[in-house]
Design a protein around this ligand. Structure first.
Ligand SMILES: [Zn+2]
Length: 94
């Protein structure tokens, strides 16, 4: 069914979740490089180890907040993002 005027898009919600967790962790770390190269590497590293979570939403709609994800899911994301930060910290590409 096509609803006129309702532009839909497919979005990997895991990207939003990882970005939010990464921002939170990096804001508490003074010993880690936070440049675009390192941030992108951390995002990619964590996303490669977490399941994709695709959602179909109306274009421009605000995505579900991380608070609404169940706790175990959130714990898994935090675990992988922390590992990603440590990995990139030890092997920065610059
Ligand atoms: Zn860097």
């Amino acid at each position: 069914m096509v609803i006129e005027g309702e532009m839909m898009e497919i979005h990997n919600y895991m990207e939003e979740a990882v970005k939010e967790v990464l921002d939170g962790i990096l804001s508490q770390r003074e010993d880690v490089c936070k440049c675009d190269v390192c941030r992108s590497d951390m995002m990619a590293w964590a996303l490669n180890r977490l399941p994709s979570k695709y959602v179909a939403t109306q274009k421009g709609r605000v995505y579900t907040k991380l608070d609404e994800i169940n706790i175990q899911f959130k714990t898994d994301i935090i675990k992988e993002v922390v590992r990603a930060v440590e990995y990139v910290k030890d092997k920065p590409r610059h």
